[in-house]
Unconditional design. Sequence first.
Length: 154
Amino acid sequence: MPHMHAALSPRQPVLVSACLLGLCTRFDGRHCRRDDVVAACRRLAAVPVCPEQLGGLATPRPPAEIEHGSGEDVLAGSARVVNDRGECVTSHFLHGAQAVAEVARLLDIRRAILKEGSPSCGVARIKRADRDVRGEGVTAALLRRMGVNVDGVE
């Protein structure tokens, strides 16, 4: 593609949870658009991602949670992700996290803005038995391992 580089902005890309931008990717088929995140992303080279969709889960889908521990434990193989039907969906969460990590590697992404509370994207907290608990999601843990600066947004 000749001269394409001249038209592109030199902005550093940032991964963003797609639901925060208003895309209907949440487990319930809805979004959780944050106008402040959308406004910030207009100044950034935002790359919307939904690890759960990238991992092969449908939308809508049954809600899931990390049974014990957090995303780091899932990555280590000592915890699993289970939906509210009792089905293990760990492999989907791992595949989705790996897909997001590959996007980060390919585009040299050093920053992510992720949805707090999610079993994939939670940065400081995740949901367990309808309660907030300290911990991070599977994708957030993998990105952090890679040295990506991960920020959580409610």
